[in-house]
Structures are given as structure tokens and as C-alpha cells.
Design a binder for this molecule. Sequence first.
Ligand SMILES: NC(=O)c1ccc[n+]([C@@H]2O[C@H](COP(=O)([O-])OP(=O)(O)OC[C@H]3O[C@@H](n4cnc5c(N)ncnc54)[C@H](OP(=O)(O)O)[C@@H]3O)[C@@H](O)[C@H]2O)c1
Length: 305
Amino acid sequence: MNGQELGGSFALGPWRVRRAGYGAMQLAGDGVFGPPRDRGEALRVLRAGVAAGVNHIDTAQYYGAGTVNELIREALHPYPDDLAIVSKVAARDARGAPLRPREADELRHGIEDNLVTLGATRLAAVNLRVMDPAEPPGSRFDAQLAALVRASEEGLIGGVGLSNISRRHLLRAAAQTEIVCVQNLFNVADQRSADVLAECEARNVAFVPFCPLGLPGEERRRLLTDPVLAEVAARLGATPVQVALAWLLDLAPNILLIPGTRTRAHLAENLGAAGVRLDDAARTDLARRFPAARAAGVQSGSLDA
Ligand SMILES: NC(=O)c1ccc[n+]([C@@H]2O[C@H](COP(=O)([O-])OP(=O)(O)OC[C@H]3O[C@@H](n4cnc5c(N)ncnc54)[C@H](OP(=O)(O)O)[C@@H]3O)[C@@H](O)[C@H]2O)c1
């Protein structure tokens, strides 16, 4: 596959990445803990993604914990020059409490841990993962952001990103530093982050939806068995998964995909979404079935990943 087949490219700070990327979270064992069920296949999935042109991989030190980064290193190190590995850090145990004295240090250590397990000297970007997007950003958020800005100034990370945020977080952060990407829950059936996406588009910031196929469990099952999605897919000669992903690529040029999978078969299907072109009838059918009006407001932030 060439870059065009992966949906073209978009800027991720100083990097330019293909729009169809890969999220590595599921490569860990069940529940994102411990080693994978099939280590060989996990390594093959990573290598197949890069061989197909993927140059944007999302990860986190706490996937596994450490396991996913180690798999990425084993599969792909020494890394191709154009491969952007993006991670995230979060003070996971603090929920709305005043800034703890060592919290900025913990974020810094989180970045360093990623570099060690990935065997890298620099990450393309690191997202500050906010725990509760409904909590208004204040001095604690600023201090966390400042820790990432320092890491960027010191060359540990190429750019600063945000995750699980409201538009208010984005506006406040963008007033303090350049934000290169935002990673929020977003898919055709859950467009509550539409305001964040619009703000990102206006600012040329990459918007990277997580759960592009819906939240795990019942919500994903309902989306992927939706009759309208199935009808559109059949008409376009694609699968429902591909239409759900193609809808995202079609929606805005700054959307970058990172669907995750443990299998090469699903990887190929997901990357194939970049070759699916929605027509006006498909856009209309999907807009009727999944109205964006349901979307207003801040996302729940219920997925802790
Ligand atoms: N910032 C955050 O807070 C946050 C939160 C969640 C995720 N993330 C990142 O975003 C990435 C994507 O998120 P996600 O939750 O959607 O993905 P994910 O956790 O990577 O899982 C995707 C799920 O969908 C299934 N799937 C993938 N392709 C499929 C296909 N073609 N057909 C049927 N099932 C398919 C996978 O099962 P199979 O393995 O069987 O294919 C897997 O269970 C993650 O990998 C992670 O890097 C970030």
C-alpha cells in the first residue's frame, strides 16, 4: 500500500503521518494486562502494519504494563526514520485533588519509562491524559502541561498532545503551548467530542479518535451490527468496520485513525478502510442514522485507558 492508499497524510507537529495508523493497546494480554495471548502474532501485526505503510503508532507505558512498548521495540527497532510513536502519560491515581508535589515529576518519569522500554531517545508526541474531561482545567492542569512542555524543550518529545479533554482544556492549553494532537473518544455513533474536533480542525491540530469502532462490549457490538451501516457497506463493497472508519476519514482532513487489533486479518481490513470512498448517499444515510445532534456536550470520560 502507498501513502495515498492509507488516506493521505496529515501533520503531527513536525511529523507528517499517514492518516491510517495503528493503536497498540490490545497487544497486551486480556484487560490490557501482562503478555499477549499470541506473542508471535503481536509481533507480526506490528511488522505488517509498518510494511503496509503505517507510520503512526499509539502506545502507553501502562499498556501491559510495559509489555506493549517492549513488543513494539522487539518488532520494529531500529525504528524507520518516518515512524512516529506517540504515547501518553497520566497521573492515574489522582482524581481532582490539588496538585501533589511530585506529580510533575511522575509525568516526567512516565515519559522516561516510555523511552526506556521503547529503546528510543525521543517520542514523536506525548499526550497528557486527563482523567475527567468534565472537570474544568485549572492550575493543576497547567502544572501537568508544563511538565510536558519541559520534556519537549529538552528534546524528549517532539510535541505535546492532550487526551480525553473538553474544548476548554484545548483552549487553555493552546494559550500556553503548541498542541500537536488531541486523542478523544469519537466514532460515528458517539460524536460528543464534535466541538473538540471542530476546534482542532480550525487550528490544524491532528484529532485522533480512540474507540473508533465504539466502546468495547455492547456499544461496539451494536454499532458493528447496525443495519444502516451494513446496508451502506454492502452498497460500497466494503465491511461495516471499514465504513465506520471511512466515515471518520471523510469527516475532516485532520482525523488520524489508530484502530487497534491483535490480528493481521483485522489490521488489513482496517487499513483497507482508507480505500473506501463514501458517496453522498452514504453520507446522508449515516447522518440520518447517527445524527450529530446527539453529540453536544462533554464526553463522559468513563474509559480509563
Ligand atoms: N487516550 C485514551 O484514553 C485511549 C483510550 C482507549 C484507547 N486508546 C488508543 O486508541 C487505540 C484504539 O482504541 P480502541 O479502544 O478502539 O481500540 P483497541 O482497544 O485497540 O481495540 C479495538 C477492538 O476492536 C476489535 N477490532 C479491531 N479491528 C476489528 C475489525 N476489523 N473487525 C472486528 N473487530 C475489530 C479488536 O479486536 P481484535 O483484536 O480481535 O481485532 C479490539 O478488541 C488503542 O489501541 C489505544 O492505542 C487511547
